[in-house]
Design a protein around this ligand. Structure first.
Ligand code: C2E
Ligand code: MG
Ligand code: MG
Ligand code: MG
Length: 292
């Protein structure tokens, strides 16, 4: 009786598993098509130095302009891609698109670095640095240090030594690295110590409640202290209000990214946004008014 149930249970589970695998496969086919048909886009969100108001960079964030469902954020489809055969072509498309975008902005008088999100799976490909060199060679006019790679700090990087070597190889090409969602991973401090990342991005979950939750505030303060001690740049994510910004500035974190400044935008909107933001001749003063 028990055995019978067990077998049924197993079969039931197996059917579910098979269904999930099939639907993931179908969605991958659809996503590959989306990539080929230009339905995937990069949106850009500014990073701003709150001390002087200067736009210091942009993060490229993936969006799917789905013909039926509208604009989809990565939460709706990225899980199907991760670790799949589409992960690497998509990552390379993201890098190439960001490079082309920097080139286009530069031609229009806007010299601004872009950071891209790259999966741990992609990063751990043995030829990542070599491919990076090839992609960079397609844009010889771009200053070498304009591309930054954001690595999810929470992703268990299985082969730390190899990732360290790879980061050094990429840094020799001029590419910079940021540890994304810093503070949420299993071994943040080990990664901080070992990985030659240039920048830490304080995860938005700590910023959100730092005014009410003293633990979150302590974590934010701790990360700001660590960035100073380890001599890494710092960005706060998820800065939604001027109060967030003010407190961060007071604590010693100058660069912010979040809805309180701007949401991720299509490339053309982003360009116009920067023009408007910095078109104000008193923008340093405006930043001081706003955040200090
Ligand atoms: P992330 O790299 O940590 O990016 C920050 C996320 O927070 C983005 O969500 C952004 O839209 C959102 N965000 C920015 N400011 C605020 C704010 O003030 N409040 C709130 N609540 N959210 C804010 P998004 O665009 O949905 O992306 C989610 C994640 O998907 C990213 O997190 C990143 O890990 C991943 N991702 C995005 N684009 C790519 C990509 O091209 N490739 C890969 N592999 N992953 C990507
Ligand atoms: Mg990121
Ligand atoms: Mg993040
Ligand atoms: Mg995140």
């Amino acid at each position: 009786q028990v055995k019978e149930q067990g077998r049924n249970g197993y079969r039931l589970f197996d059917a579910e598993h098979d269904k999930r695998r099939r639907s993931r496969k179908e969605s991958l086919v659809r996503l590959r098509q989306a990539l080929e048909q230009g339905e995937l886009r990069l949106y850009y969100q500014p990073k701003v130095n709150m001390r002087n108001g200067k736009v210091v960079g942009a993060e490229a964030l993936l969006r799917w302009h789905h013909p039926q469902h509208g604009v989809l954020a990565p939460g709706a489809f990225l899980a199907d891609i991760e670790d799949s055969e589409l992960d690497i072509p998509l990552g390379e498309w993201v890098i190439r698109t960001a490079l082309a975008q920097m080139q286009e902005w530069r031609a229009r008088g806007l010299l601004l670095g872009i950071s891209v999100n790259i999966s741990a799976f992609h990063l751990q490909q043995p030829d990542f640095a070599r491919r990076m060199a090839v992609l960079l060679q397609e844009y010889p006019q771009l200053p070498r240090d304009m591309l930054e790679i954001e690595v999810l700090e929470s992703t268990a990087l299985s082969d730390l030594e190899r990732v360290i070597a790879l980061m050094r190889d990429c840094q020799a090409l001029g590419v910079r690295f940021a540890l994304d969602d810093f503070g949420t991973g299993y071994s943040s401090l080990l990664y901080l110590k070992r990985l030659p990342a240039d920048k830490l991005k304080i995860d938005q979950s700590f910023i959100r409640n730092m005014h009410e939750d003293t633990d979150d505030l302590a974590i934010v303060q701790g990360i700001i202290g660590l960035s100073g001690a380890f001599n890494r740049h710092l960005v706060a994510e998820g800065v939604e209000t001027d109060e967030h910004g003010k407190l961060l500035l007071y604590l010693g974190c100058e660069v912010a990214q979040g809805y309180g400044i701007a949401r991720p935008m299509p490339a053309d909107h982003f360009f116009d946004w920067v023009r408007r933001w910095q078109g104000n001749p008193h923008w340093e003063f405006a930043a001081r008014q706003r955040w200090t």
